[in-house]
Design a protein around this ligand. Sequence first.
Ligand SMILES: Nc1ncnc2c1ncn2[C@@H]1O[C@H](COP(=O)(O)OP(=O)(O)OP(=O)(O)O)[C@@H](O)[C@H]1O
Length: 366
Amino acid sequence: MVSLIVPDARAAAPAVATHAGGKTHVTIDALSKRYSGQQVDALHNVSLTIQHGEIFGIIGRSGAGKSTLIRCLNRLEDPSAGRVVIDGIDISALSARQLVAWRRRTGMIFQHFNLLSAKTVRQNIELPLKVAGVPAAARARKVDELLALVGLEARQHAWPAQLSGGQKQRVGIARALVHDPELLLCDEATSALDPETTRAILALLKKINQQRHITIVLITHEMDVVHDLCHTVAVIDQGNIIERGPVWQVYSDPREETTRQLLNPDFQSVPEQIVPRLSAQRQNSYSRPLVRLRYNGQGAHPDLGVLGAQAPGEITVLYSAIEWVQNKPIGQLLLLLDAKHEAQFAERQLANFADRLEVLGYVTGS
Ligand SMILES: Nc1ncnc2c1ncn2[C@@H]1O[C@H](COP(=O)(O)OP(=O)(O)OP(=O)(O)O)[C@@H](O)[C@H]1O
């Protein structure tokens, strides 16, 4: 098999790429958590840095440790070792009283919304302000502002049972923002929602991030959430962070099999019917070179016109999966070139039209 791999710029990249212009907001330092009675750590020596204003996704399979990690960020769980420093404050050192005050600056939203069924939309949003002793007029102003932000003015007197899932999550989001937090933690915020509602909630979270400059940390097992919303992603597996980086980078060139499975299970596929007809050497004059062009955001663009000009003749698209992630083309094209071309020719002519080019061999017959 002839194979040409264009050098990988990522090898030289820092382990954690920072959000543009960001300064550190959250530092997770060698965090471990073992629940009592358990033989293994739910989190093992986890270290991460999250920048101000960033949307940071933590993705992993069920049981990987996502909930444990996000709950350690506001000390709903106490870590067994390590520390969490947020805006310079080591939250493990806070007294119970300090923790109550500190938690007001950290909003949290939940998969199952956690609304009080005996209170209206308005009352649910207002409650944490009441508990904090905020005067009635200021409470009313804040609730009005947040109802407008989440688009629920018309439903403010409805009961939770009268709301759709998406509306309930909007209430949850408004309630999480009452104390103007700088950090919003989202625990599987869209897992209970249908795809269309998920998109609307993600758009709302994006708006909140952009308008209010709130850092968002979310955990999810849904690839689309990471893809559509996050700047940076960390992949957690069996309590360990196995991969991290800007979404476009991890998405386009996953290093770990678990990441590949989570983010893009079809990424490596060569169509099944092609495999038996693929050989390293040309079988006859009708054998056609099979090339894989990979785009992983390093600068190359999938320009089919230019490509056709470089390798004239018949070009058959066997597989194409290009997506635009954070404004960069990510994915691959699997192309059968004209039988008149040799593999070496394809390597030479097309090397500049992909971030990585592989000639997989020759395909013979139909
Ligand atoms: N309170 C607990 N007591 C004992 N073990 C726990 C507790 N909570 C979680 N675990 C265990 O810790 C590990 C990590 O669980 P965690 O809930 O953090 O994973 P997760 O990635 O959020 O999973 P899911 O997506 O299914 O919610 C699992 O093995 C789980 O069984």
